[in-house]
Design a protein around this ligand. Structure first.
Ligand SMILES: *Cc1c(COP(=O)(O)O)cnc(C)c1O
Length: 459
């Protein structure tokens, strides 16, 4: 197998331009070839078994190897592999899925717009909210307020809405009329304050920004219920209700980006339900098909749908693959699994609380600060001295060192700076959570050893 691995690595390096990758660095060490997967595990070309505590990229909610999804795709491909929804046509899986998602989303919603990814869906959101306001006679309401370290995708629109400064550095971003406020990162910004009070304070940054740019110019606020790629930033429980109050006060539309939080990740069908927000629009992707096939979209609230439908005329926007029948058929089968196996409730009542307990126990590790979970997302900060709340200098690269140990020890855990984060498949059992925690501790110990040897710890 090894010989084959190096051959594929050479061709990979010669011809495959990867997303979010430094190619010189990758060429030096060679990429890891993932060959197969089952349940919560993946296997590489060297036969190594790896616990995928990131569900791919936060998406394989029902786990790998689900025959039901394979069958749904094959069956739909035989009947109708493709047709579009432009020019007054439709297809049955798209219709059924729209109805199903609206039911799951609740009474505030009436329609679904389909795309093939989270990025595309957020592009749609920008066009939709600006068209909404223009239709109501307020074309000057264009500004969308987002947050630092938010992740809303990687297209021009998605990366602009996102608050990743390293992404803005390339390609002339953000596009006009998108502004950002600070994220509600309690452990990083305010650990010595009262948490609930900090939630109110952090939401207040939205109001300050609205007043700064002019309330009559703001179209919408967008936020992930729990920030994912920004490092699993779980806001204080007071945050979202206060955000909602502020949006209502100024009549601003609220967009919840549910690409990670949706479809059970937080123990609810949508994270905004848990957080106490009532969004006008919800972005979804990833978990809707458990990543088996690309699909995304926007769930449209009645307030917006009514205006667009009754007064908006033609919406001059859509994708070739909007409402793709195969993707929608897979999504329906995926939702069947989530419902039949009670996975959303299991996260809320069983595996989520169990993971929370296990993460709380991590506090006894000398490198771990601010360990927190919400449903089946979790994170902690690697700290030089957690007691004194002293972190590592960025140059130490503590997160990368830890991630390398995970890689070498059969665990996919992601590093965001010095925050280590996980989002395992929703099918993970308590026993498998135990296995995962053993691996996490093993990797933390190895990281501790390396940092001690390197002289990065005082004792
Ligand atoms: C991944 C992600 C996106 C982008 O989705 P793509 O399918 O990669 O375009 C958008 N928003 C959030 C919250 C995400 O996590």
């Amino acid at each position: 197998m090894n010989g084959n691995t190096s051959k594929i690595q050479a061709v990979d390096s010669a011809h495959y331009f990867h997303p979010f990758t430094d190619h010189q660095a990758l060429a030096a060490k060679g990429s890891r070839i993932i060959e197969k997967a089952d349940g919560i595990y993946i296997w590489d070309s060297k036969g190594e078994k790896i616990l995928d505590a990131m569900s791919g990229l936060w998406c394989v909610n029902v786990g790998y190897g689900r025959q039901e999804l394979v069958d749904a795709a094959a069956k739909q491909m035989q009947v109708l592999p493709y047709y579009n929804s432009f020019f007054s046509t439709t297809n049955v899986p798209a219709v059924k899925l729209a109805e199903r998602i609206v039911k799951l989303a609740g009474d505030n919603f009436s329609h679904v717009f389909f795309s093939s990814s989270g990025s595309e869906s957020n592009d749609t959101n920008i066009r939709m909210v600006r068209h909404y306001w223009a239709t109501l006679g307020h074309p000057e309401r264009k500004i969308i307020i987002s947050r630092k370290n938010a992740y809303h995708g990687s297209t021009m629109a998605g990366a602009s809405l996102g608050g990743m400064s390293y992404m803005h550095e390339q390609g002339g971003l953000p596009i006009p009329d998108i502004v950002h406020i600070e994220q509600p990162y309690f452990y990083g910004l305010a650990h010595d304050k009262n948490k609930d009070a900090f939630g109110i304070e952090a939401a207040g940054w939205l109001e300050a920004k609205i007043l700064e740019v002019g309330a009559d110019k703001v179209a919408a606020f967008i936020g992930e219920p729990v920030q994912g790629a920004g490092g699993v930033i779980i806001p204080p429980r007071t945050y979202w209700p206060e955000i909602q109050r502020i949006c209502d006060k100024y009549g601003i539309l609220l967009i919840c980006d549910e690409v990670i939080c949706g479809f059970g990740r937080l123990g609810y069908w949508f994270g905004s339900e848990l957080m106490g927000a009532k969004p006008d629009l919800m972005t979804f992707a990833k978990g809707v098909t458990s990543g088996y096939i690309p699909l995304g979209g926007v769930v449209i609230g009645k307030r917006v749908a009514k205006v667009l439908i009754e007064q908006g005329g033609e919406f001059n926007h859509g994708y070739t693959y909007s409402g793709h029948p195969v993707a929608c058929a897979v999504a329906l089968a995926n939702i069947d699994i989530l419902e039949k196996e009670g996975l959303v409730d299991r996260v809320r009542n069983e595996t989520g609380p169990y993971l929370a307990q296990k993460f709380a126990e991590l506090a006894d590790h000398p490198l771990v600060g601010g360990a927190e979970t919400c449903g089946l997302v979790a994170g902690f900060a690697l700290m030089k001295d957690p007691q004194q709340h002293i972190g590592f200098d960025e140059s130490v690269g503590a997160g990368m060192r830890c991630r390398n140990h995970c890689f070498a020890n059969g665990l996919i855990m992601r590093a965001v700076g010095d925050r280590m984060i996980i989002a395992p498949p929703l099918v993970i059992t308590k026993a498998q959570i135990d296995d995962m925690m053993v691996l996490i501790r093993k990797c933390l110990d190895a990281t501790l050893e390396e940092l001690k040897t390197g002289g990065f710890l005082s004792n």
